[in-house]
Structures are given as structure tokens and as C-alpha cells.
Design a protein around this ligand. Structure first.
Ligand SMILES: [Zn+2]
Length: 473
């Protein structure tokens, strides 16, 4: 049965090549993704990274693999460089006048809302770092036993020079890293590249746990080693994250996990490229972070962003611009229209019959080759415009592809924002004006929008537009 599963090839950052995925257990793939740090909103660029993990998840399930997917929640351990005693969770708590756990819950909920808006499937397990401190302590103790770590006044550091493989993921060489590449305020380390596994808690520290080395709290990197191995075992198939996590986070994770176990733990490391906020107008939002939940106030549905993310390979940079979002929204409408047209007739299309099978083979080939979503989208558009297919055949194929694309292609086309030319730009400017509490500009823009036939109402969730009798949020 499992022999019949299509071969999947993925780019492995560790070997720097596209290689065949060979699951440790045939037909089953275990994946760990570094999740959000929940002391602030996840910005839209972070969401591109989680979308990439979702595409891997969906692609493997579409191809018939069973997937075990773990994505963590970092709710402790992001240290501030200037005040090593306080982590960012505590700083946010202090700033916002709430407890660290309230802060963590608030931003976790916000992040998961953004994920839902983008049709990101939930992971099987979403472990919180604060609930896995015993596993981190155990791993830290093992590394001390093995001579890979040392303690100074209640803080335990990883001794990078003791792990021969250090740098193999990022290609960074220890000798090159040494002299003053990174500013470090921790002066009690033997080597500037050593990193904290466990930190002694200072007097004012709120989030702290007892340990054999006194009260303290875990470092950031140790949590992903501890939680990934706790849920996925001593060896697992794929580890994903944003390209910014490759060094030092993932390099340190390898040093910890492999140092403790003495063998390779992760088979394939995958990294998603950045979203570039080239368009200042699109990048701007309240709190300096643009969220997926902000998109409607800029005139876009969140799934238009998902579509945009599919147009670029995950290993390529992608520009987030108003123009690109318009193109994405309009292409998404094209696919939805094709699906809607097929709904009026009885659906008796058989996916295994030619020419449907031919299209499906092309789609499978595209997604199996290092998640080639741009090529897969091209197949979807070829289906949508193929006049030799019947409308129900087009519909059945597109809905099948949508199991990977995740674009809600069966969403009612009538329920969408069909904005006249130029209206989205005006709406974005108006959202900005409102954020800046510039109500004169906001009112002037409302009049300009009205002239285009777009009526705007302001709600708690942002601007709601009415166009030619169709309401949409
Ligand atoms: Zn991580």
C-alpha cells in the first residue's frame, strides 16, 4: 500500500540539495515547526513561514502520507539582549500591565486567529514551552553529564567548542564567528559563541522554576530540542522554520539534540524565505506590525494573501505589495468562478478518467518536487480555462487541488469584495489615516470612495465596504 505513495523530493538545508524524503516509518512523516513567540503579534511575514509548513503538511496528506505535525508555542525564553535577566514575555507583561501568562494567552489566540483566517490546518500538538520545563532540565543535565555544557553561578552554558558538528547547518565556522561578530553582554561564558541552556533567575524575575542549579528559566533553543524529541522521538523526518531561525536557533538545536543523543535526529531541515514589505503603504499598521487580521481593513480578504504566498516558491523572497495582492485576489476569483460554474450541473466527473487524471498527475508532480506551488497553481488555472472539460469536471479537479491549495475555492463568489479600480488604495490610505486619528483625511477619503460607488462603515474589526448592493467585510 505504502509503496504506491508518490515520491516526494524536498530541499534539505543541511545537505544543501533537493533530496528524496525517506520517512523513518514508511508512509508516515513526522514534522516539527518552530511556532510563534507569543509576547507580540505575529506579523504577516511570520505567517508566510507557517503557510509554508501548512503546504508541506497538506501536500503530504494529499499524497496519502500520514502526518504527525508538532508546532510549538514559545511562551518563555526570548531573552532581551540589554537586560539578560528579563525575557520579552515579562517586558510585554510589564508594558501592558498584565501577567506573563495573560500576555502569552492573548498573543497565542491572536496568532491562531491569523492562522485560521489563512486556512492553516491545526497541528496535531501545539506544546507550550512553559509546560515542558522538566524535559528541558533533563536535557540540560544530560549535556552537563556528557561534558558538552558547564555551569557558572546557576547558569548553564553549552560549550560550543565541544561539539564537532557545530556550524554544519548554517555553514558558519567557529573560527570565523569568534572575534566580536556578535555583541554579547554575558561575560561569564568561556567563549562568546557559547549559549545558555538554563539561566539563573535574578531577583525580579517572575517566570522561574526550581532546578539543580537554583531557580532559573530555560534558554530559547533548548525548548525546541526538548519538545521536538518529546513528541516525535529520538529521530524524526522534517524540521521547518523561517530562514532567520537557521542560525543560531537551529544550529544550537542540532548541537543540543545530537550532542545529547550522539546521532542525527532530524533528517531534513527546511527553511522558508522572507516576505519583503517593499510597499510602505502595505507594511504600515497599528503597532508597527501588519497582521493577517488587518488585511480586510486594507481591502483584501486574508485568503488573497494565501494565494499570493502560493505564487512564489517557499525558498524565494516574496514582495508583499498592494499590486501583488490585487493580482492575487483577482486570480483567486477566477478559480472560484470556475468552481461555482460547475456546481449548477450534477457532478459525475471521475478523477481517474482521462483527461482529468492527466491534470492530476501534473499537479502531483508539481507539489512533490520541493513543494512547487507556483507550478501547481499554473495547473489549476489551466484546468479553469480548459474549454474541453465540462464545468463539473473543472469543479471536481479544482476542489481536489484545493486540498493542498487551501483557498476555499468553493466559497461563494458573490460574497467577495469586488472593488472598483483604485478603491483598495483609497481604503488602505483611509485605514492609515484612522490609525493616525486624522479624521479630516479619513472623511475626505470616504467621499472619494463614495464617488467610486463604495460605501464605507467603520466597525470594531475595521472598515466594512458595501459595493453595488453586495455587502462584505
Ligand atoms: Zn524552535
Amino acid at each position: 500500500m505504502t509503496d504506491a505513495l508518490p515520491e516526494v523530493r524536498l530541499y534539505n538545508s543541511l545537505t544543501r540539495s533537493v533530496e528524496r524524503l525517506r520517512p523513518l516509518e514508511p508512509g508516515r512523516v513526522s514534522i516539527y515547526t518552530c511556532g510563534s513567540t507569543v509576547y507580540r503579534y505575529a506579523h504577516i511575514g511570520n505567517l508566510r513561514t507557517y503557510l509554508f509548513g501548512d503546504l508541506l503538511h497538506r501536500t503530504l496528506e494529499y499524497l496519502g502520507y500520514e502526518v504527525r505535525y508538532v508546532k510549538n508555542i514559545t511562551d518563555v525564553g526570548h531573552m532581551r539582549d540589554d537586560t539578560p535577566d528579563q525575557d520579552r514575555m515579562e517586558l510585554a507583561a510589564e508594558t501592558e500591565g498584565r501577567s506573563p501568562s495573560e500576555i502569552a494567552q492573548f498573543y497565542t489566540d491572536a496568532w491562531l486567529t491569523d492562522e485560521r483566517l489563512l486556512n492553516i490546518l491545526p497541528a496535531d500538538v501545539m506544546p507550550r514551552a512553559t509546560e515542558h520545563v522538566p524535559q528541558m532540565l533533563e536535557l540540560t543535565a544530560t549535556l552537563l553529564d556528557k561534558g558538552l555544557a558547564y555551569e557558572v553561578d546557576g547558569t548553564v552554558y553549552y560549550d560550543v567548542s565541544a561539539f564537532a558538528g557545530y556550524g554544519k547547518l548554517s555553514g558558519q565556522r567557529l573560527e570565523e564567528m569568534k572575534p566580536g561578530h556578535r555583541v554579547d553582554v554575558e561575560s561569564d561564558k568561556r567563549d562568546p559563541e557559547d549559549f545558555a541552556l538554563w539561566k539563573a533567575a535574578g531577583e525580579h524575575r517572575l517566570m522561574k522554576w526550581p532546578s539543580p542549579w537554583g531557580d532559573g528559566f530555560p534558554g530559547w533553543h533548548i525548548e525546541c530540542s526538548a519538545m521536538s524529541m518529546h513528541y516525535l522521538g529520538d529521530r524524526f523526518d522534517v524540521h521547518t522554520g523561517g530562514i532567520d531561525l537557521k542560525f543560531p536557533h537551529h544550529e544550537d538545536e542540532i548541537a543540543q539534540s545530537e550532542g545529547a543523543l550522539g546521532h542525527q535526529v532530524v533528517s531534513i531541515w527546511m527553511h522558508g524565505e522572507f516576505l519583503t514589505l517593499a510597499d510602505a503603504k502595505m507594511a504600515k499598521s497599528a503597532g508597527n506590525v501588519i497582521r493577517v487580521a488587518d488585511l480586510p481593513s486594507k481591502g483584501f480578504e486574508p485568503l488573497a494573501f494565501r494565494y499570493l504566498a502560493l505564487t512564489a516558491h517557499y525558498r524565494s523572497k516574496l514582495d508583499f505589495t498592494e499590486r501583488a495582492m490585487h493580482a492575487a485576489a483577482s486570480a483567486l476569483r477566477r478559480l472560484r468562478r470556475a468552481v461555482a460554474e460547475g456546481a449548477s450541473e450534477r457532478t459525475d466527473a471521475d478523477l481517474s478518467a482521462a483527461p482529468l487524471a492527466g491534470y492530476r498527475d501534473r499537479f502531483v508532480a508539481a507539489v512533490s518536487e520541493d513543494l512547487g506551488l507556483p507550478a501547481a497553481l499554473a495547473v489549476a488555472h489551466a484546468v479553469a480555462s480548459d474549454g474541453d472539460l465540462t464545468p463539473p469536471q473543472r469543479r471536481v479537479l479544482l476542489l481536489d487541488f484545493d486540498r493542498v491549495l487551501g483557498l476555499s475555492l468553493d466559497a461563494p463568489v458573490g460574497g467577495e469584495v469586488e472593488l472598483p479600480e483604485g478603491a483598495a488604495a483609497l481604503l488602505a490610505r483611509r485605514a492609515e489615516a484612522r490609525e493616525a486619528r486624522d479624521f479630516a483625511t479619513s472623511d475626505a477619503l470616504r467621499d472619494e470612495l463614495a464617488a467610486l460607488g463604495v460605501e464605507v462603515r467603520d466597525t470594531r474589526d475595521g472598515q466594512v465596504t458595501t459595493v453595488a448592493g453586495t455587502r462584505s467585510g
